[in-house]
Design a protein around this ligand. Structure first.
Ligand code: C2E
Ligand code: CA
Ligand code: CA
Ligand code: CA
Length: 280
């Protein structure tokens, strides 16, 4: 028994070693990803109750050599841990803004549409974030009203007063602010009242079981009621079926994002799939 226990431990150790080797390898690869042009943005439509496009969310994709795509759910947390998220986030903002600028010029982006860009709490917290945002808006000559920054509730866990100040400064530029994955974090209702927020995005985990889980339905109902009371708009994420869409509509949620309306696509495919119809 003793011997096998030791073997189990040895095996465990070697597995641990393999995991940390893979992790180190990913860190190394991430450091080269920007200059090697391995990142791309995909765009997923956001729609209203008539199915019309109202904007898009920019979602990063990492294609590393022969390994294919590595999910942002896997590499973004690593990039956050090693601080590289600041540089990656800056790349994302630059890429998304230059895409909007091109589409505006080509008549492929409606002036009322919003490009949603994810901002990591670590990136948001940087002292240089606001000047960087301002400089990029000017450089690309994109109207601030075309941009929506998605932050998570966890962003608010950092120094709240400096966070609030930054949010107000962003709003003063004319940029919109959404709270992403709403309902999964730690923001209190007390905060919510005082935040200069335009939109809550109901986390997809609540939408997934909306039709089968009474407590998820209650949570979705509560978020919609709250957004109404606070005069904040609300969008449901992860809408995959007509039935979910209809139920959300009955619940008076009129903005949606999810596979039912469209998958994230590269820029050219986004235009050929969603934009021609929308603008003609
Ligand atoms: P998120 O911001 O909550 O983005 C929504 C995720 O749900 C995306 O996954 C999207 O592809 C996926 N999705 C959209 N519709 C549906 C649906 O109907 N069903 C299901 N099951 N999933 C749907 P993705 O692109 O893999 O991104 C995962 C997460 O990685 C994002 O979650 C976000 O937290 C992070 N992320 C992605 N791009 C960026 C970025 O540019 N910057 C930062 N900081 N984080 C990013
Ligand atoms: Ca998001
Ligand atoms: Ca989300
Ligand atoms: Ca999420």
């Amino acid at each position: 028994a003793k011997a096998s226990g030791r073997n189990t431990f040895a095996l465990y150790q070697s597995e641990m070693q393999a995991v940390s080797d893979a992790r180190l390898e990913m860190e190394k690869a991430l450091h080269h990803a920007i200059e090697d042009k391995q990142f791309a943005l995909y765009y997923q439509p956001q729609n209203d109750a008539n199915g019309q496009v109202i904007g898009a969310e920019a979602l990063i994709r990492w294609k590393e050599g022969d390994k294919g795509f590595i999910s942002p759910a896997v590499f973004i947390p690593v990039a956050e841990e090693i601080g590289l998220i600041v540089e990656i986030g800056q790349w994302v903002l630059n890429e998304a803004l230059s895409q909007v600028a091109i589409w505006l010029k080509e008549g492929k982006w409606h002036a009322s549409w919003r490009m949603s860009i994810n901002v990591s709490p670590i990136q948001f917290q940087q002292a240089g974030f606001l000047p960087m945002l301002k400089a990029q808006l000017e450089q690309h000559d994109v109207p601030a009203g075309c941009i929506d920054l998605e932050i998570t509730e966890n962003t608010l866990l950092n120094d709240l007063s400096s966070c609030l100040e930054k949010m107000h400064a962003i709003k003063a530029l004319g940029v919109h602010l959404s709270i992403d994955d709403f309902g999964t974090g730690y923001s209190s209702l007390k905060y919510l009242k005082s935040l200069p927020i335009d939109r809550l995005k109901i986390d997809q985990s609540f939408v997934r079981d909306l039709l089968v889980d009474g407590s998820d339905e209650a949570i979705v109902r509560a978020i919609i009621a709250m957004s109404k009371a606070l005069n904040i708009s609300v969008l449901a994420e992860g809408v995959e079926t007509a039935a979910q869409y209809h139920r959300l509509w009955e619940m008076q949620c009129f903005h949606y994002q999810g596979y039912y309306f469209g998958h994230p696509l590269p820029a050219d495919k986004f235009v050929s799939t969603f934009v021609y119809d929308a603008l003609n």
